[in-house]
Design a protein around this ligand. Structure first.
Ligand code: XMP
Length: 494
């Protein structure tokens, strides 16, 4: 095997993750001792080097909350109105483990059929009834299974059957205290109300058993709130968006562009740095050292690397621009390291092995779209096709997404004719992040163990001192390393 660094330095060939394989090292520690501690930007440290992509089929509040709970970070997309994006970020910042902050609610005018529809869609019962059927409205009652199970007429109004005798708790109550009330009251749900008796949250009995602690959660030191990132564009209008996000406490801004080396991005970076110096700014995307140099010199707190390697990208085909991802990550990360700036390897990750390779090429974190789009916490509903449970996933430069407004990312803001740089499709159900993220994290740790490196920091040290060895694979080598010679009659689980 060759030193990975030397191979990247000396080759005129650009390598993709699948072009090479890392050589194993000596194991002298158990996999649970592996430390994945890293930074996503100068001042934001993570326990898990995973970031979710700002795409409208990947990151809204639920995704960002669970990424942060597991030690990673979510970047809320901006293919929506300023109000909508602000609300998503606000939800993440207000999140408290154990409290349901967006319970399904109905009004007394809704019917039993409406309540049953919620049960069959989300699988739970215990629906708070508020004056106007929404949160932050006066709480009137609660409808449980027992209130409606023997009633035949589906048009019966919930106002006529709901339980009015309520046990509630006041906003600000701690989780332990709330759980104590739930246990004592023997009720399934505990509505949380403010001083005007408006519903502001809910605690569920079933969550008491489910809720574990999240010792690795990405939180700020003072308020103990989860950290949250958000993406914006570089137009003048985006300054208004930025202001709204800062108001609700966004911690990190990603300047989202497929080609980040532009005067527009430099201007926006300077604007943010001068006005909101506490907010971290990640610039990109870049794939060359020249692009990176401009942004590093201007004070970027992090760099996002990748052009055209995403699973839904057609940028390389349409724009004739981009770079194979492994080489891009190596080159940019090496320069960024000199500035003490972390990097994110963005796109082209379709397995745990790719995550490890992205990190081995020098990235501080890996950003994923397609790997996460099939989880419960991604926006959108599941649907079935040929008996397979799927969720929609689309490129932000796809015709479909651009029609909704994301055209700015792809520099066609003034064009009447969109040139798509991405496609839409679907990905397979991956279940909840509550299980999927621990699975990914464990997998990464096992990979590090095989490499004989106990930490991400050590992996990078070995890369740069020439001790990380890898082998370029021929096509036959790649085929040999993948599943082969097998009659497949079952779809693989993940
Ligand atoms: P994965 O491979 O994780 O990639 O699905 C996600 C990343 O792809 C980028 N992205 C796009 N690139 N056209 C592109 O060329 C698009 O329409 C598009 N949408 C997203 C983005 O960097 C994302 O994080």
């Amino acid at each position: 095997g060759a030193s990975a660094a030397e191979a990247f330095e000396n080759s005129t060939v650009g390598y993709a993750y699948n072009d090479f394989i890392l050589l194993p090292g000596h194991i002298y520690f158990s996999s649970d001792q592996v430390s994945l501690d890293t930074h996503v930007s100068r001042r934001v440290a993570l326990k898990t080097p995973l970031v979710s992509s700002p795409m409208d089929t990947v990151t809204e509040s639920a995704m960002a909350i669970h990424m942060a709970l597991h030690g990673g970070l979510g970047i809320v997309h901006y293919n929506n109105t300023i109000r909508e994006q602000k609300k998503e970020v606000d939800r993440v910042k207000r999140y408290e483990n154990g409290f349901i902050t967006d319970p399904k609610t109905l009004s007394p005018e809704h019917t039993i059929a409406d309540a049953r529809a919620i049960k069959s869609r989300y699988g739970f019962m215990g629906i708070p009834i508020t004056e106007n059927g929404k949160m932050y409205s006066r709480l009137l009652g609660i409808v449980t299974n027992r209130d409606i199970e023997f009633i035949r007429d589906p048009n019966t109004k919930l106002g006529d059957v709901m339980t009015r005798d309520l046990v509630t708790a006041r906003e600000g109550i701690g989780l332990d205290e709330a759980y104590a009330i739930v246990k004592e009251s023997k009720k399934g749900k505990l509505p949380i109300v403010n001083e005007r008796f408006e519903l502001v949250g809910l605690v569920a009995r079933t969550d008491i058993l489910k809720n574990r602690d999240f010792p690795n959660a990405t939180k700020d030191r003072v308020g103990k709130k989860l950290l949250c990132g958000a993406a914006i564009g570089t137009r003048v209008e985006d300054r208004e968006r930025l202001e709204a996000l800062v108001e609700v406490g966004v911690d990190l801004i990603v300047l989202d562009s497929s080609q980040g080396d532009s005067v527009f991005q430099l201007e926006m970076l300077r604007h943010i740095k001068s006005k909101y110096s506490h907010v971290e700014v990640i610039c990109g995307n870049v794939v060359t050292t020249t692009q990176a140099y401009h942004l590093l010199k201007a004070g970027a707190d992090g760099l996002r690397i990748g052009m055209g390697c995403g699973s839904i990208c057609t940028t390389q085909e349409v724009m004739a621009c981009g770079r194979p991802q492994a080489t891009a990550v190596y080159q940019v990360s090496k320069l960024a390291r000199e500035y003490g700036v972390p990097t994110i390897a963005d796109g082209g990750v379709s397995s745990i092995g790719h995550i490890i390779k992205g990190l081995a090429c020098g990235a501080s974190c890996v950003m994923m779209g397609s790997m996460l789009a099939g989880t419960e916490e991604a926006p959108g509903d599941y649907f079935y096709k040929d008996g397979v449970r799927l969720k929609k996933y689309r490129g932000m430069g796809s015709a479909e997404a651009m029609q909704k407004g994301s055209a700015v990312r792809y520099f066609s803001e003034d064009d009447r004719i969109f040139v798509a740089q991405g496609v839409s499709g679907a990905v397979v159900d991956k279940g909840s992040l509550r299980r999927y993220l621990p699975y990914l994290i464990n997998g990464i740790k096992h990979g590090f163990q095989d490499l004989g490196v106990p930490s991400l920091m050590e992996l990078h040290n070995r890369l740069y001192n020439g001790k990380l060895r890898f082998q370029i694979r021929t096509l036959a080598g790649q085929l040999e390393g993948a599943v082969h010679s097998l009659y497949t009659y079952e779809r693989s689980a993940v």
